[in-house]
Design a binder for this molecule. Sequence first.
Ligand SMILES: Cc1cc2nc3c(=O)[nH]c(=O)nc-3n(C[C@H](O)[C@H](O)[C@H](O)COP(=O)(O)OP(=O)(O)OC[C@H]3O[C@@H](n4cnc5c(N)ncnc54)[C@H](O)[C@@H]3O)c2cc1C
Ligand code: FES
Length: 327
Amino acid sequence: MSTTTITFEDRPVACQTGESVLDALLREHIDIPHGCKQGACQSCMMKSLDGAPPPEAQNGLKDVLRHQNHFLACLCYPQRDMRVGRHTSQQFNRATVIGKQPLNSETLLLTLHCHGVMDFHAGQFVHLKRADGLSRSYSIANSRRHAHRLSFHIRRLPGGRFSEWAHGELNVGDDIEVSDPQGLCYYLPDDKERNMLLIGTGSGLAPLAGIIEEALHQGHSSEIHLYHGSREVDGLYWVDEMRELAQRHAHFHYTPCISRGNAPQGIAQGRANDVALAAIPQLKDWRLYLCGHPDMVNQSKRQAFMQGARLQDIHSDAFHVASSTQE
Ligand SMILES: Cc1cc2nc3c(=O)[nH]c(=O)nc-3n(C[C@H](O)[C@H](O)[C@H](O)COP(=O)(O)OP(=O)(O)OC[C@H]3O[C@@H](n4cnc5c(N)ncnc54)[C@H](O)[C@@H]3O)c2cc1C
Ligand code: FES
């Protein structure tokens, strides 16, 4: 099998054909931060020190980072030997847990007070890092109005290292580190007259809730349609809050959906993306936000494009969970 050589901090590491830079470095027990291993969370960002990295390893990065030869190690399958370094400009800020309450049996509302001002766009995500360095990506669930307060919806995955810890061991008063905001799925108040369709599954409601709060605060004047889906009724949350919001704002529409069992009155039967895209067949000039399960996000993107949405108007965050092989 042919290999290339990755040189990291003067240490050469063989990278085999079909192996990512991230996997090669982890195999050698080099501690590189990572999360999804799918190019979604950007926590494995590194820098090429000897020229441009493969273009596909820069997917989703801001132009400034591309030009500085940053790349995502999990997407980097080198065709040549490379010298690489850590992405050192990632800033972490100290925050203190000020609230912890259940949203449903599997989802926690975690509220943090950030000791510095967080300059984020509603819908972006951050990396939360605990004292031993383990970090995971979570979407900000509130609007920009709260410069020091961030809230998150954290779904517990059985056996999940971070989410189980956040549910069971993290307490009000504890400190945690929060990265700079990341990602391109956010609300910009540049076009308040465009209709918006937001589809989320599970804790994918978090960024959408932040976007809706921001849009209403900014005076977004066109239609805003939210479809939130889960398998069963128990997996939904904030149903009353969203209904109440819809009563207060005539142009905000909310449809909770369940995909299994019989839907009770007021809840739509079917997958949120199927229900939404059937209800709104013509998406020309709409702006879309898709968050949550990666399969839902990918299917909805394709379908929305077929129904007239432009790709640049489809914003998404797929909540990729790293495979069980990750450390
Ligand atoms: C851009 C982005 C935004 C996100 N936003 C959110 C959000 O707002 N809310 C949210 O809840 N999540 C969000 N996520 C997902 C989140 O980052 C984490 O991936 C998720 O919480 C799981 O992390 P964990 O450490 O609990 O699980 P991990 O420890 O990473 O485990 C993942 C899964 O693998 C299984 N597993 C782990 N180790 C083993 C093993 N040895 N053998 C077998 N199985 C194993 C676990 O049981 C679990 O099901 C987001 C992800 C991305 C990429
Ligand atoms: S983007 Fe590489 S681990 Fe998430």
